[in-house]
Design a protein. Structure first.
Length: 264
């Protein structure tokens, strides 16, 4: 793992958010990579619940200012950065007043999906990709944590396939147990196609947890099972797309985890 560049993309990371499996794993795997000589950069959304003063976030002016076109609307991208205390890890925050200022993460107070989660996903996806391009930081491996990152493999393989920054990047998706019921807006397909992705997206005609995870797995290079209570549809998707995978028990073994990441 020495000198490998690892781009970590997650919807949740400690210490900035509560200790869910996803938030803890996004941090702990990144720390293990650093301990094994790798170099990580972490990207996550800058939700309104995150205390900027406590965590010493500051805006990176040279990276901010781009406009992401989301469904024919220009949405300004703000980039903030912080360092995790006592760790050699920088965290970049994707921010936008309309999408991430509210204190809710992905669900409202009644545990219902936020109505604009489809656009928030697209904005986050494009914002991370464009920022990494601007940094000219070429990742060897890209780690994706959770369903909110499920559009990255599609965008990287179909919209940015010829970009030299991601030319040699391998995508490893960490999949978790089911975390929501229902589905996102079905307009997500036309919004993705607006970006110029000419792909059969019938797989997410009903953008549920299961179908978004299926899309993620389909365009990833390999998969790591990161929950002991994984959905049966996720296992079926891994098999149907013939993806190399690491089981939950082995993913908790540092040496086996690093060996898997290096071969993928």
């Amino acid at each position: 793992m020495k000198d490998k560049k690892i781009l970590v993309i997650s919807s949740e990371v400690v210490p900035y958010l509560p200790q869910t499996d996803k938030a803890v794993n996004s941090f702990s795997v990144s720390r293990k990579i650093n301990d094994y000589g790798g170099m990580t950069r972490i990207f996550m959304p800058k939700y309104g619940i995150i205390n900027e003063r406590r965590h010493q976030l500051h805006e990176v002016i040279r990276l901010s200012g781009m406009n992401m076109i989301i469904n024919d609307l220009y949405m300004p991208l703000i980039i903030k950065v912080a360092s995790i205390p006592k760790e050699r890890m920088q965290v970049y925050f994707i921010d936008n007043e309309d999408y991430f200022k509210r204190k809710n993460l992905l669900l409202d107070k009644d545990d219902k999906l936020l109505k604009d989660n489809d656009e928030r996903m697209i904005f986050f996806t494009k914002g991370v990709i464009e920022t990494v391009k601007k940094l000219n930081w070429m990742p060897d491996i890209i780690h994706l944590h959770g369903w909110f990152t499920s559009l990255f493999p599609l965008y990287l393989k179909k919209l940015f396939a010829d970009d030299p920054v991601f030319d040699n990047s391998k995508i490893v998706s960490f999949v978790y147990s089911k975390s929501f019921e229902g589905s996102l807006s079905k307009k997500i397909v036309e919004k993705i196609k607006f970006d110029g992705i000419d792909e059969d997206l019938s797989i997410i005609d009903n953008p549920s947890f299961e179908s978004l995870t299926d899309l993620m797995i389909k365009f990833s290079d390999s998969v790591i099972i990161s929950s002991d209570k994984i959905d049966k549809s996720t296992i079926a998707s891994i098999k149907s797309h013939s993806k190399d995978s690491l089981g939950f028990k082995d993913s908790s073994d540092d040496d086996k985890l690093m060996e898997f990441l290096l071969k993928n």
